[in-house]
Design a protein around this ligand. Structure first.
Ligand code: NG6
Ligand code: CA
Length: 509
């Protein structure tokens, strides 16, 4: 009897052993979620040094995953960064990859390689929930019909999006190319050129607004908020700004619950803390910092809820979460919302100089974390990595071939196994570019304003060369261009090898 039991046990144990070695060789493909914030700064997370704000849920990803201190978006504004993230191509290669109006056509071609297409090649289900801002249709979109091409045509099986930004028309959600909740008897029209007759605007009807515009943002009024762009109709389909975060969270959770049987890639692109900052009433006043702080706490809460769902569905240990932001922070960005007045001691960019729209580091250096419970060991990494690298790195993880133009395989850095990231990176703000390699960054001379349109952010533009050692001088206070001409020449040569020699508007005659 005893012998029989131990024999059976031995058999079970050895079977288990065989099974576990197979699993180790062929582990189930992990789900991948990219959580992407809008205008969140390098210093906006408590895990990245914020003391005046607490972001406990984002901090879990940072403190229990790999927290990058040199993680970059490709650009200091939204559309180009999202273009880089999804295509693996530097946005300056595509002149259309600039901040787009809500009526702009799609700027990714349906033939292009994309992150979701790569995942599909590996057998994944793919989805986007949240902000798109890469254009829709092929020009002159009829918002009452099937809007195509869009996210579905560039690799997303499922798409639940806001077209451009929260401050731009159309202020409706779009589900797989159709305006969600549209009443056909109340068709939508959108224009970025002129108003529709009889429609109030922020400019002419300030009495109808509950949020005051500061710069631009004085066209159609929706929910008391004046926007960029005009729209008419579509009453029933208009989103509720204060419910947007909950709404997107619900869609992301629902997606996870409905797709858990097979591996999925979910791009969850939250709208915070971009303007208009419209926290749900339960977050109003929570930060003591006005709406900008409140919506950061709101976003943090949503991320916590989303993680709970992954846990409840038993997916947390088989899901890689990549967290980042599309560009650096901005306070005043078009509305009077107390972002400056109530900031107190908070430093959204941390020690970095500049912010959104800036060639200085705070424009593009952003919170960047990779979390994979049970697989990744917590670590702070100073490897140089960029969002553009997700394409080649994830392809490497899944053993898929991709056409990777500028994307580099930095998988071992992303999972914390190596300190080695990429060697060099071209960074962008507006139509201007700079170059980073190792600890050094070089900003070539440009003509242009030293302060951004809102007069609050240094653009980093100068008619002289700038050279900084970011390790010794993260706040970019000491321009070493004159002191170290050798280094400057070295960087310039490498930069021109990638960028060509016609990069500077000082060079154009
Ligand atoms: C700018 C808007 C700004 C913001 C930005 C896009 C004005 C004066 N400013 O043109 O408010 O909407 O575009 O931000 O209209 S981004 O994060 O999507 O790039
Ligand atoms: Ca942005």
């Amino acid at each position: 009897m005893k012998v029989k039991i131990s024999l059976t046990l031995t058999l079970i144990v050895s079977l288990l052993f065989v099974q576990s070695t197979i699993l180790a060789k062929n582990p189930p493909k992990p789900n991948v979620v990219v959580i992407y914030l809008d205008d969140l700064g390098y210093g906006d997370l408590s895990a990245y040094g914020a003391t005046e704000l607490q972001t406990p849920n984002m901090d879990v990803l940072a403190n229990e995953g790999v927290k990058f201190t040199n993680g970059y978006a490709t650009s200091a504004t939204c559309t180009p960064s999202r273009y880089g993230l999804l295509t693996g191509v530097y946005p300056w290669r595509n002149p259309k990859a600039k901040i787009l109006p809500g009526s702009a056509p799609l700027i990714i071609t349906t033939k292009q390689e994309t992150l979701p297409k790569m995942f599909k090649k590996a057998g994944y289900q793919t989805a986007i929930v949240g902000k798109w801002h890469l254009g829709l249709g092929a020009g002159n979109v009829n918002w009452n019909e099937h809007i195509t091409p869009g996210p579905n045509e560039v690799g997303f099986d499922d798409a639940y999006i806001l077209a451009a930004t929260q401050d731009r028309t159309p202020t409706v959600y779009i589900k797989d190319g159709r305006v969600d909740g549209l009443d056909p008897k109340d068709p939508i029209s959108v224009s970025y050129k002129k108003n529709f007759e009889g429609e109030p605007t922020g400019k002419d009807n300030p009495e109808l607004t509950t949020m005051k515009w500061h710069h631009g943002h004085n066209n159609s009024i929706v929910n008391g908020i004046p926007r960029i762009g005009y729209m008419k109709g579509g009453e029933a389909a208009k989103w509720s700004d204060v419910d947007m975060a909950d709404h997107f969270l619900g869609k992301a959770q629902q997606y996870v619950r409905n797709h858990k049987e097979k591996p999925f890639f979910l791009y969850y692109a939250l709208q915070q803390p971009h303007v208009p900052r419209t926290p749900h009433p339960r977050f109003v006043g929570k930060s003591g910092m006005g709406p900008r702080g409140d919506v950061i706490l709101e976003a943090d809460f949503m991320i916590g809820e989303f993680m709970k769902t992954l846990k409840e569905e038993g997916l947390l240990e088989n899901t890689i979460i990549v967290f980042s932001s599309d560009n650096g922070p901005v306070l005043q960005d078009g509305y009077y919302d107390d972002a400056i007045e109530k900031l107190g001691d908070h430093t959204p960019a941390g020690v970095l100089r500049g912010g959104k729209y800036s060639l200085f580091d705070a424009g593009t250096r952003v919170p960047f974390m990779v979390y994979w419970k049970g697989t990744i060991k917590p670590k702070v990494s100073n490897a140089l990595v960029c969002q553009i690298d997700l394409l080649a790195s994830m392809a490497s993880l899944l053993d898929v071939e991709v056409e990777a133009t500028d994307s580099e395989d930095v998988l071992s850095a992303l999972v914390g196994k190596s300190k080695k990231g990429r060697k060099e990176l071209v960074l962008e703000a507006g139509s201007k570019t700079s170059y980073r390699t190792g600890d050094w960054v070089m900003i070539p001379p440009y003509k242009g304003a030293k302060m951004s349109w809102n007069s609050f952010v240094e653009t980093g533009v100068d008619t002289d060369f700038q050279l900084y050692n970011l390790k010794k001088d993260p706040s970019q206070k000491n321009n070493l261009a004159k002191e170290n001409p050798k280094k400057l020449a070295e960087l310039l040569k490498k930069f021109e090898a990638i960028r060509g020699t016609e990069y500077s508007n000082l060079k154009k005659k």
